[in-house]
Design a protein around this ligand. Sequence first.
Ligand code: GLN
Length: 490
Amino acid sequence: MTDLTSLTLAEARDGLANKSFTSLELTEVHLSAIEAARALNAFVLETPDQARAMAREADAKIGKGQGGPLAGIPLGIKDLFATKDVRTTACSRILGNFVPTYESTVTSQLWRDGAVMLGKLNNDEFAMGSSNETSCFGPVVNPWRRDGANTTLVPGGSSGGSASAVAALLCMGATATDTGGSIRQPAAFTATVGMKPTYGRCSRWGIVAFASSLDQAGPIGRTVRDTSILMRSMAGHDPKDTTSVDRAVPDYEAAVGKSVKGMKIGIPKEYRLDGMPAEIEKLWSEGAAWLKAAGAEPVEVSLPHTKYALPAYYIVAPAEASSNLARYDGVRYGLRVPGRSIGELYENTRAEGFGAEVRRRVMIGTYVLSAGYYDAYYLRAQKVRTLIKKDFEDCFAKGVNAILTPATPSAAFGIGEKGADPVEMYLNDIFTVTVNMAGLPGIAVPAGKDSQGLPLGLQLIGRPFDEETLFSLGEVIEQAAGRFTPARWW
Ligand code: GLN
């Protein structure tokens, strides 16, 4: 029965619909797979009872011909999404055993469509990180290893648990969030597909806030098609999020396999970094050649303000984070460390509850927002953000349909390898942050392996609300590159 875990979500959906197996059977094999993979530390909470109850309900609905688009499909949920009556911590000690009394809009849409929740997935604390090493539950292990080596590698972050679980066949798909690359970078490190939708496409309501003007939820799946199926359920207008856009949700799956003939694909020259590994260069050219063979036309484009994106992001994101995280004061949520005065209670709680990276961001954020520095840092970064957005607009105005770039500057690295210098860690997001700064959609698709046998991904960046084009182009890359699955060692 274990081979049910290796089905794609699309195959499982069809198998459930034609009664080849039940959702309860499908759920059981995933629960066993999760149990056998605890060494990966992908799940921070397993919810087997709830999963079985949801699976039975899905089976009953499928039996009556009333199953929704995700009826009976077992999923993992990033611990940043509030789940009613199920512990939600953002993988921070400060939230302790916080149990929400409400469900995030995105997850409630997944349950509306019949999906089954297997549990909550590990992530970097408050989604701050690129390696899943800042989680209070400890690091997630990437199911991929270098050829002939047993060094444990990071799965990327912050959605490391989501990527690792999907790659290791522990769930058929997962929710994730992306503020500067947290869907796309872990997808690239694990040979999964990650879609960061246009800002406003998915509701942020009920998702623990990091940097509200950049945060966006999206799916991680095993294939482009699977990701497109999840995307349809996750997207949609929500009056509870004022930044959510009231626009019809297209049938994203219909875009998978659609012709890309005549599409103009921008290749930004500023993404050709000094010292970039030759393998990444090669993968990038290969990607362009595959799209060309499918009838698209690669054209060189310029995004001149790219080099300012990372520094500007590391002003805007911490600024918003310092303000969002002010609510964790030891009074309203989770952890409380007493003190002799209310001030001391705040200080003690925040000093003990937040990890080192989160404290660093709160301090940077408070600094750049403080009187006297606001104009020099925060306001300036906002102006840079406008220029970055304009670079993309100029490019799309010239008829470019999508932009092709590498997803990350390297393959997955070892746990503990990049801890010492925060800037070295921040450089992971060099190709992804621009997309959040401009509010655009971006997809990461597995495209090849490096010389050590580790997966590498390509990124496609689209026009606002044109996720469909990204699914069409992503499918071309997936078809050309093939699919990659890690050898099981855990
Ligand atoms: N790695 C980036 C950061 O640490 C992005 C994280 C994210 O997208 N949530 O801020």
